[in-house]
Design a protein around this ligand. Sequence first.
Ligand code: GTP
Ligand code: MG
Length: 218
Amino acid sequence: MLGSSSSSSKGGGNNNCDYSFKILLIGDSGVGKSSLLVTFISNFVHDLSPTIGVDFKIKMVTIGGKRLKLTIWDTAGQERFGTLTSSYYRGAHGIILVYDVTRRETFTNLSEVWAKEVELYSTNQECIKVLVGNKVDRDSERAVTQEEGMALAQQLKCSFLECSARTRANVHQCFKDLVLKILEVPTLLEKGSTAVKKQILQQKQVRKPPESNTCCFQ
Ligand SMILES: Nc1nc2c(ncn2[C@@H]2O[C@H](COP(=O)(O)OP(=O)(O)OP(=O)(O)O)[C@@H](O)[C@H]2O)c(=O)[nH]1
Ligand SMILES: [Mg+2]
């Protein structure tokens, strides 16, 4: 179960956690990526302006006795950011692919644009993906059925959830499912382990040649 959690915005080191996971939100502009993030971080629902560039927020959660630091990256759906694209995806442990259930093109773009980008740039082969249909509170305007969402999730080999950042329905569930799945994958766990990262850092420091004052122009 997703235990007691506290949230903070930018910053925060890795010292107080067992694992540090990088999670990405992707999808077309206006599907509700930033709204989902704000709802998850602060339970606060309000109208947001389109994201400019890339933003991230940090949330600390305790799950199964492990302290986790989630760094959740949010990017503007309307602009591509060229050379930055690969660094956005690099090292991600989990990716949330979001579409708007009332706008069909946001659903087709997930398979035609976003999923291809994930394949191209994702560096963790076993990275966990969740497909999320947002804005289910506007059910009368629905343009994508739940069955279609489930079929795409099967095709993309990921889990599927419908939610609403407006009513908060299923928002926590979506992040919780993702984190629980990440915790089941040993290679992702190892990559997210702060203890392993500290060890690697220490080994690097040991290997560093001692500083010398002697002149080498001899
Ligand atoms: N009715 C409803 N409106 C929502 C929901 N989620 C987001 N919105 C609204 O949809 C609009 C776009 O939401 P954002 O969170 O800014 O969308 P985004 O995906 O971050 O967009 P970009 O930053 O441009 O990529 C805002 O007016 C939100 O208030 C939802 O679940 N239901
Ligand atoms: Mg946004």
